[in-house]
Design a protein around this ligand. Structure first.
Ligand code: 5RP
Length: 233
């Protein structure tokens, strides 16, 4: 059986081919893209690669500092050349579900500021229809019960506040994550995103539509780069 961790490592490292000296790079969050961050740090130390990074979470910020990547704030620069990030699912139109690591808000802000987005994944993440993975939605702590009820009515499914032990998961932004168990039902992710964002207590939803330009996908037969024909790469 394929070692999933090894597949993640291969995809994470392969995606570094998109990064050239002088680039401003968004650094995603998760167990796959962490390999990208480590490899970028290695290339800076060993090969003279010169980049600056913008992390998408406190966890990635810590890792990037440990491996020697110079970090900047989005406010200091005028956009990013590329962001490399993980995903929980991607469909044939390169629409994504993200937020399994509770970092979707910063990830989406960074992706929105980037001229290109590359996703790193193992082949379990490729789906025909989004929604088997519970859709992560960042919500305000204020009246989160009401927001969960509104989401449940809208999506016609069970919605749970994500827990960690006895308490709710609190994001880097001080919010909570509601996971919507939609099932294989998100056939129109663009409309779903717009509808979900109309609910006042929703801060952001983990549907990343029309953002992904390529997926670096690791499977048992090797690593493959799938370019979005409608993308920017
Ligand atoms: C974090 C994310 C992650 O990128 C996503 O959950 C994939 O993570 P992993 O590579 O660990 O499976 O969206 O919010």
């Amino acid at each position: 059986m394929a070692d999933v961790e090894e597949l993640k490592r291969k995809a994470g490292i392969e995606a570094c081919k998109f990064v050239k000296s002088g680039m401003k790079v968004g650094l995603g969050t998760g167990s796959t893209v962490k390999h990208t961050v480590v490899e970028l740090g290695r290339r800076m130390a060993d090969e003279g690669l010169e980049i600056v990074g913008v992390p998408t979470s406190l966890a990635t910020e810590k890792l990037a500092k440990e491996v020697g990547i110079k970090l900047v704030e989005l406010s200091e620069i005028d956009g990013l050349d590329i962001v490399i990030d993980g995903a929980d699912e991607y469909d044939p139109n390169f629409q994504l579900i993200k937020g399994g690591g509770a970092a979707l808000l910063r990830e989406k802000i960074v992706a929105q500021e980037s001229s290109a987005m590359v996703v790193v994944a193992d082949d379990r993440k490729r789906v025909e229809t989004l929604g088997a993975f519970p859709l992560p939605i960042e919500v305000t702590p204020f009246s989160h019960e009401a927001t969960v009820r509104a989401l449940s009515r809208l999506l016609d499914c069970r919605v749970n506040i994500r827990m960690a032990g006895d308490g709710p998961v609190i994001t880097d932004n001080g919010n909570m994550i509601a996971d919507a168990h939609t099932g294989l039902k998100i056939v129109d992710p663009v409309s779903a995103e717009a509808d979900i964002l109309l609910i006042a207590g929703v801060v952001q939803v983990g549907l990343f539509n029309n953002m992904c330009d390529a997926v670096v996908l690791a499977g048992t037969n090797g690593v493959e780069t799938v370019i979005n024909p409608n993308g920017r790469l």
